[in-house]
Design a binder for this molecule. Structure first.
Ligand SMILES: [Mg+2]
Length: 305
């Protein structure tokens, strides 16, 4: 089953959450994080994992694996315009993993926690019964809304809004497993600066983990609109063409919908207008290249494939 199909199945039961008791669910499954109300305070919560051979190549240094495991969760916090609070981590170790690698993983998590100001406050360590079981690092994060109290979801993009991105696109993941996905800095400061600069003109936001085509599609679907990207506007990373810029996963930049022009940069990171939201009907996500229009709704990185 594809990741997107499973998530759609899970979201069918969102209405049941209100009847479960416990926390009041303000943003249910289907966004970058859930938003719940606990003891009168709104708290963001999410979990994400990295699996050897899927999210990092075998042979990747353990400090980079640990950094990515935490950083991709922090990127989801940025997508909601939240501020990291703390994390817990679980690790499934291959039985054959040497002690020095286990230590490097642990040290790497601690270093990443310091770097991203998100302490790892607990978790669990297990070992596969099989010697060749894949290393899995799963992290859950808690976060709070930023100083303005604003939480930005995927829904809210309107017809006529601009689609904008931070940074550059297309070099997140190289076929040999290298790329920015191992070293990116989540755009937490940029997201908070966007909320500050745009206020109510910021309508929806997501982080680009599956490629711009797929993630702009997530904004469009959640907002019941369509979106057209202009290839010539894309801030392509060195060596990347428009196809890579819209389909390479793991850029971990922000994509957002706003009315009116965005600032040229936020927190030192460039912002680029790459498209416009329009009436739904026809392709959900299209890229205009010269006089041609390509339907790219199905492009992008599906982690569950
Ligand atoms: Mg995300």
């Amino acid at each position: 089953m594809r990741e997107s199909e499973l998530i759609a199945e899970i979201c069918k039961h969102n209405a049941e959450l209100a009847a479960c008791g416990g926390a009041e669910v303000l943003v249910p499954p289907g966004d970058d994080m859930a938003l719940v109300k606990l003891a009168g305070r709104r708290v963001l919560v999410a979990a994400d994992q990295v699996i050897a051979g899927r999210h990092f190549a075998l042979g990747t240094a353990m400090d980079l694996v640990a950094r990515k495991a935490l950083a991709r969760n922090i990127s989801d916090i940025a997508a909601m315009a939240g501020v990291p609070a703390c994390a817990v981590a679980t690790v499934a170790l291959p039985a054959s993993m040497p002690d020095h690698e286990v230590r490097a993983l642990s040290d790497g998590l601690r270093a990443a926690a310091l770097m991203f100001q998100c302490p790892v406050v607990g978790g669990d360590i297990g070992t596969h019964a099989a010697a060749d079981g894949a290393l899995v690092v799963s992290v859950s994060v808690l976060a709070e809304p930023g100083p303005t109290g604003r939480v930005v979801t995927r829904s809210g993009a309107r017809v006529g809004d601009l689609l904008c991105v931070t940074g550059t696109l297309g070099d997140g993941w190289h076929p040999n497993g290298s790329g920015r996905h191992l070293s990116f800095t989540p755009r937490v400061a940029e997201a908070l600066a966007l909320v500050e600069a745009l206020g109510d003109r910021l309508h929806a936001m997501i982080d680009i983990s599956d490629g711009l085509a797929r993630d702009a599609g997530h904004l469009a679907i959640a907002s019941d609109v369509a979106v057209r990207i202009d290839a010539v506007q894309l801030p392509c990373a060195d060596g990347a063409g428009w196809q890579a810029a819209v389909s390479t996963g793991e850029d971990y930049e922000l994509a957002f919908a706003c009315s009116g022009e965005p600032p040229a940069s936020v927190a030192g990171t460039p912002v680029t207008v790459v498209g416009r939201f329009q009436e739904s009907g026809g392709a959900r996500v299209a890229v205009r290249v010269g006089t041609e229009e390509h339907d790219v709704s199905a492009l992008g990185w599906e982690h569950g494939q």
